[in-house]
Design a protein around this ligand. Structure first.
Ligand code: ATP
Length: 455
């Protein structure tokens, strides 16, 4: 794994995974742009999540809600009142910082001075104006989590899919938080993506489902290539527990800057649906909620056995996509000493996450038959639907191997003179991790590739 953030940052920029946002204007703090390979990796990670959370289960539906929502969403969700971080100002160096680590020792992060203010609450939501008129009512916020769009669509999804408990709604999308101190590359940023599941169940079954999701989510991260020794659970207690949560387990990963939260799995009880439902007084809510004077929908399901309407409990596994990418890149980063004394850098991504699945490298740049066969193979493999297959005609295979090791391409296929001589003549397939090369008849290449990626 990567030992320092610097080596990752530099590889990400050099090879086109991640760039500083607005770089040509001096940058924009807490915002990063995903380059050609970062975009592929991100899409692959999202697809892996969607496959595991929606397609491979039959009790979860997908959703893609709007980012800008009615401001009442944030009034009743509790974000307007409580979505804050403690902030401290330093009198000496005039910097401002997030102070949640300052419980006992109050010292400036920047200059070390203890001449700092008492912490005060800073709301992390970006406020924005909607419509051509600007007045005191024309505001809303950019969503700070995707979850609220799921709660507000609860009735729509139940009515349109005839779901009964337990079932979940999954969503992937951008969220925005005006972090006081964005830092550690894409770990803490102001614009990021979340992959969230809200899983609704009967009260009383919530603890069982909470345990289930903690284990299921950990296993998913292992399936993405993270290793057991770099993952920890943190049982969130006391002051750190969100006001809506009965219990939360954070899944931590050993990032280059230390063990930190990758995903949170919270038991949110009936707080969210109970907050957003109309006719709250008809239910025996376990959570303490604000009186709702605006909602027009009953966010409840009919319990046929007890013959009454009930607000479900909700378990939420909420993962950061950007943090996920950082974890996966950290884990995949490998520097290897080769027999000839040189070192090679390899990103050992799981094949399903690799930004480029196969690179096809003609051995000779200007030999028409070689080029034609290489292009034909590219088109054939591309049609398999595995992801990006790259035809790359630079004529320098050695350099190509090195570059594809560094960006984590699992297989490189070279086409040479042998390949064009007979009908069943071989192409060479080189494995990123073992660097071994095997000869495969060109006609059998698609089957070989499918077998490699699908099994
Ligand atoms: P932290 O304590 O690190 O600020 P959080 O507990 O506020 O995180 P949640 O509200 O539980 O985070 O959000 C769920 C997930 O969304 C987190 O586990 C993380 O992966 C991701 N996330 C939250 N804030 C950010 C951010 N500023 N930048 C990148 N990812 C984030």
């Amino acid at each position: 794994p990567a030992k320092t953030m610097d080596e990752l940052v530099s590889l990400c920029k050099r090879r086109g995974f991640i760039f500083q946002g607005s770089e040509i204007y001096g940058g924009m703090q807490g915002a990063y742009d995903y380059g050609p390979l970062g975009t592929e990796l991100k899409n692959n990670l999202k697809n892996a999540w969607w496959r595991a959370m929606v397609y491979e289960r039959d009790d979860v539906e997908g959703l893609d809600a709007a980012i800008i929502q009615n401001k009442h969403v944030y009034k009743y969700s509790g974000h307007e009142d409580t979505f804050t971080d403690p902030m401290v100002d330093c009198h000496e160096c005039k910097s401002r910082m997030r102070a949640d680590h300052m419980k006992d020792i109050k010292k400036c992060d920047n200059c070390g001075s203890d001449n700092v203010t008492e912490p005060r609450d800073f709301n992390l939501m970006f406020k924005t104006n909607v419509g051509p008129m600007v007045n005191e009512d024309s505001y809303t916020y950019l969503r700070p989590e995707t979850a609220q769009g799921i709660f507000t669509n609860f009735k729509n999804v139940v009515d349109s899919t005839s779901r009964a408990l337990p079932f979940g709604i999954a969503q992937i999308g951008k969220s925005f938080r005006n972090e006081i101190t964005p830092r550690n590359f894409i770990f803490r940023v102001r614009e990021f993506e979340q992959m969230e599941l809200e899983f609704f169940c009967k009260p009383g079954e919530d603890e069982k489902w909470h345990d289930f999701w903690v284990e299921t989510r950990k296993q998913w991260w292992l399936d993405q290539g993270l290793t057991e020794e770099n993952i920890q659970f943190e049982y969130v207690t006391g002051d750190d527990l969100a006001h809506y949560s009965k219990s939360t387990v954070d899944i931590l990963y050993k990032f280059p800057h230390g063990f930190e939260e990758l995903e949170g799995v919270a038991n949110r009880t009936d707080y969210d649906l109970g907050s957003h439902t109309k006719a709250q007084e008809e239910f025996d809510l376990s959570a303490k909620v604000k009186k709702n004077e605006h909602s027009t929908a009953k966010l409840a399901v009919r319990d046929l056995e007890a013959n009454k309407w009930e607000v479900p409990f909700c378990i939420e596994p909420s993962a950061g996509l950007d943090r996920g990418m950082l974890a996966i890149m950290t884990e995949a980063y490998t520097e290897e000493e080769l027999e000839n004394g040189s070192t090679r850098t390899v990103l050992k991504f799981k094949p399903h996450l690799a930004p480029i699945k196969v690179a096809i490298l003609p051995l000779k740049k200007n030999k028409p038959e070689i080029v034609a066969l290489a292009k034909e193979l590219k088109n054939k493999l591309q049609k398999l639907g595995l992801g990006r297959i790259l035809y790359e005609n630079t004529g320098n295979v050695g350099k190509g191997y090195r570059r594809h090791d560094e960006v984590g391409t699992p297989l490189c296929v070279t086409v040479d003179f042998d390949s064009i001589e007979k009908d069943d003549a071989p192409v060479t397939v080189r494995d990123r991790d073992t660097m071994e090369q095997v000869a495969i008849p060109a006609a059998e290449l698609p089957a070989y590739i499918i077998n490699y990626f699908v099994n």
